[in-house]
Each structure stands twice: as structure tokens, then as C-alpha cells.
Design a binder for this molecule. Structure first.
Ligand SMILES: [Fe+2]
Length: 251
């Protein structure tokens, strides 16, 4: 087999670019300017939101990091940023709905936030709360934190479930999360291999198992949206967004 035929054999067949209006809402991004490692200026946020709109999204629920070591964002800081960004969207006549929640790092400070009822949620009465875990090791008090959320009638959503490599050899952990009442969110760009082949493999498995509840861009900057355009042509992405359990369009 020649060099080129080997390469072409490896390539997945691409489909037409999926219409993202099927999803309606994106539920994971970092677009409030200057408060985390996402968009840094109002201008940058606006440019990204224009691409969301062009890609077919009708609504963006943006989720700044809340993490005690780096991003000590409060509901006041997030809502203040949201207010300014919405004002700019309106003045520029960009037709996209914008809401904010947060992406909470599972750590002791988050348990305090839960205790004090200072949690930002999305999805109205469903009270979805986006949580993320360390990429290095499973947080010690993960189960206690999930219990505390459920106990206060929040509905935990685990961000980019495919990216926790310490679970890749024990995917029963994913099933355990479902059994504990956690909804699962997949980063769309994981399907492209942008985070590496192992993460892509797990992402594909999650799609085949039909256990993803919510999909998100996790957009921090324009490169993530470039990757999104590639993901839109993948058969696996087409398969994912046609699954009936995906919640995005109801938000
Ligand atoms: Fe994120």
C-alpha cells in the first residue's frame, strides 16, 4: 500500500456540516471577558458570539470557571460581566440569547458555596450545575459533593466527562456517576482528536453508549470554534446530535 493510500484509508469519511440549530443552546463556554482563561476583552467575546450565531446556535449559556486557586468568581462578578456583555450584544444588534451559570471545580470551597446556596444554575427549574474535576486525580470528596448537590435539589452535570484520563482504564466510574444522578457533558471538539487519541476514543465510546446528556463547545478562544467547524462534519457528531436523550434543545 502506498503512502497516500495509507493516509486516505485512515481518514474518516466526512459528511456535510451539521446544522447546530438542532442543538439550539450551547451550555459550556468561557465568554465573560477577563474573569477566567477564556475571552479577555469585550471585543473578543463579541467576535466569538458572532461565530456561535453564524454556526446556528440560538442561545449561549456561558460558564466561567469558579476555582479557589485561580478564579474566585462570585455570582456578583459573573452577573456583572453578563450584564455588560448583553448590553454590547444589544447595541450591536446581534441576535443571540445569552445567559450565564458557572463551571465549578470540585474542591472544599465548592462545598461551602453549596452550603451557602450561592450556586449558579441553568435550565430553570431543572437547576443544572456544571462541575469539573481535577485532570490529575479524582477529587477526594467527589461523592460527598455530588450528594450535597442532590440533597439541595441541584442536578449536577459533569463537564467533559471524556477528559479525565485516570478513569480511562476504569470506565465503570462513568456508570457510577450516572447511578449517582450525575448528567454527562461531552466537549464536541473531543470527537476531532484535538485533546489526543485516547480522549477521542472515549468520546466515541460515550456516543455509542448513548449516555451523553448535554454537549458543549467549552469555547475559550477562536481556535475552539475552528475545531467545532471540523467536528460538525464528523459522522460521530451527526450520530450524537440525533440522539433523543440530548437535552440542549430544551434549554
Ligand atoms: Fe470549561
Amino acid at each position: 500500500m502506498g503512502f497516500f493510500s495509507k493516509i486516505f484509508k485512515k481518514q474518516e469519511p466526512l459528511l456535510h456540516q451539521a446544522d447546530l440549530s438542532v442543538l439550539k443552546s450551547d451550555i459550556h463556554s468561557h465568554l465573560i471577558p477577563g474573569i477566567d482563561d477564556g475571552a479577555q476583552t469585550l471585543n473578543e467575546s463579541i467576535e466569538l458570539l458572532k461565530i456561535f450565531k453564524e454556526s446556528g446556535y440560538k442561545k449561549v449559556i456561558t460558564t466561567p470557571h469558579v476555582m479557589s486557586d485561580y478564579y474566585r468568581n462570585t455570582p456578583e462578578i459573573i452577573n456583572d460581566g453578563l450584564y455588560k456583555l448583553k448590553k454590547e450584544i444589544k447595541s450591536q444588534g446581534i441576535d443571540i440569547a445569552l445567559e450565564a451559570a458557572a463551571e465549578y471545580n470540585v474542591e472544599p470551597d465548592f462545598e461551602e458555596i453549596i452550603k451557602n446556596d450561592k450556586v449558579l444554575t441553568f435550565g430553570g427549574k431543572n437547576r443544572y450545575v456544571l462541575i469539573e474535576l481535577s485532570f490529575f486525580k479524582e477529587p477526594e470528596r467527589l461523592n460527598e459533593t455530588i450528594w450535597a448537590l442532590n440533597n439541595k435539589e441541584y442536578s449536577p452535570v459533569l463537564a467533559h466527562v471524556e477528559r479525565y484520563e485516570y478513569w480511562h482504564k476504569d470506565l465503570d466510574k462513568v456508570t457510577e456517576m450516572i447511578n449517582r444522578g450525575v448528567k454527562l457533558q461531552l466537549n464536541i471538539v473531543s470527537l476531532t482528536g484535538a485533546y489526543g487519541p485516547e480522549i477521542k476514543k472515549v468520546a466515541n465510546w460515550l456516543v455509542d453508549e448513548k449516555i451523553i446528556d448535554l454537549v458543549g463547545t467549552d469555547c475559550h478562544h477562536s481556535k475552539h470554534l475552528d475545531m467545532l467547524q471540523i467536528a460538525r462534519k464528523l459522522p460521530k457528531f451527526h450520530q450524537l446530535i440525533s440522539q433523543p436523550q440530548i437535552i440542549n434543545s430544551s434549554l
